[in-house]
Design a protein around this ligand. Structure first.
Ligand SMILES: NC(=O)c1ccc[n+]([C@@H]2O[C@H](COP(=O)([O-])OP(=O)(O)OC[C@H]3O[C@@H](n4cnc5c(N)ncnc54)[C@H](O)[C@@H]3O)[C@@H](O)[C@H]2O)c1
Length: 327
């Protein structure tokens, strides 16, 4: 069983990883500065409040826990904010990752699973995105993630690092036991916002653009259940621990849903109406982003099992109304 240093383990995705690692018998050591994370979500192992920008403090954590592997979730990840603050996004996402990789080198730790994103790809058109698509990120956020992927490849070649970069599509849903879930402030993700409308906590859902070249005119995205996403992390970790490296795969459900379909599904699952208002298109929103995940299936043996839209919404809703959400 391994000691796994989990950066960003107090955030949405990282907390689910810690729970799954602990359940699999590993020891997750959560390293988080709590900028967008929550102390109560970091409930599955030791917690260290450390900023990745503080190389010395990070070094001490490596010395204290002697991890066998790393899962690296910590990042700034709001696309809009990254356009206004490219300085901040490049500094935190790239320098923070470099500090982490150098601590790994210094302590002889090779395996790392990295949270990458479909935002590293360029315009997709109507096709499902494969890993061979040209890289052309449209935001500083996507550019910072692509830069880290490049650094990881260079460290694999030069220093024997072993990396799996998992390119997430839209992560959604919550722990099926509703012990942990998504708690972003501000919330920018479609499904939790739509749930807030159904619960009467928001007046309506803004639909940004109804004239896209999609079947109902609204944007289409690929929603992957956080539990499925974490399964991919555990599979990737096992491969890296067994000596594999150079894993670069899309993690998406392989099925797209439009904004209008999400609104209908939330109304159906919750039994409450979802009022929508039309709003202009947002700059940089591509019409359709859907994963071809066949490489993840071939390389990791991964297939999503909880990513049907209604299941995602049922789990997200159960978490949203649980007393733990407000804790
Ligand atoms: N949620 C999605 O749909 C999605 C999609 C694609 C990629 N990702 C990536 O997955 C990862 C996790 O996303 P999330 O939705 O859980 O975000 P999140 O904001 O909930 O979690 C990120 C965590 O990292 C911590 N953190 C940020 N900067 C830090 C620093 N300098 N030092 C230490 N800790 C720091 C935050 O406090 C937070 O707990 C991110 O890297 C994100 O870019 C997420």
């Amino acid at each position: 069983m391994a000691v796994v240093l989990v950066t960003g383990g107090a955030g949405y995705v990282g907390s689910h990883a810690c729970k799954a690692l602990a359940r699999a018998g590993h020891t997750p050591v959560c390293v988080d500065n709590l900028r967008t994370g929550w102390r109560d979500l970091a409930a599955f192992g030791p917690f260290e409040q450390v900023d990745l920008m503080d190389a010395g403090a990070l070094e001490n954590v490596f010395g204290k826990y002697k991890p066998d592997a790393v899962m690296h979730f910590a990042a700034l990840s709001l696309v809009g904010e990254s356009v206004a603050r490219p300085d901040l996004y490049h500094r935190v996402n790239i320098t923070g990752s470099l500090n982490l990789l150098d601590a790994m080198r210094a302590h002889g730790v090779a395996p790392i699973v990295f949270s990458s994103t479909c935002a590293i790809y360029g315009e997709a058109g109507d096709e499902d995105l494969t890993e061979d698509r040209p890289m052309a990120p449209e935001s500083p956020y996507g550019a910072s993630k692509l830069a880290v992927e490049r650094i990881l490849s260079d460290y694999e070649a030069a220093f024997g690092l072993r990396c799996a970069a998992l390119r997430y599509f839209n992560v959604a849903g919550a722990d099926p036991e509703a012990e942990i879930g998504e708690r972003h402030d501000p919330e920018t993700h479609l499904i939790p916002i739509t749930i807030e409308v159904a619960l009467g906590e928001r007046e309506n859902l803004s639909v940004f653009g109804k004239d896209y070249p999609t079947p109902d005119g609204t944007c289409v995205r690929d929603y992957v259940h956080v539990a499925d996403l974490i399964d991919a992390h555990i599979l990737a970790l096992d491969k890296l621990m067994a000596g594999e490296s150079g894993i670069r795969v899309n993690i998406g459900a392989g099925r797209g849903y439009s904004v209008a379909e999400v609104a209908e599904a939330v109304a159906r699952v919750s039994g409450k109406p979802v009022a929508t208002v039309d709003a202009p298109r947002r700059a940089g929103d591509p019409p359709r982003l859907v994963a071809d995940h066949s490489r993840a299936t071939a390389v990791l043996g991964w297939t999503p099992t909880r990513s049907a839209l209604d299941v995602i919404i049922e789990d997200a809703l159960r978490w949203r109304v649980s007393p733990r959400f407000a804790a």
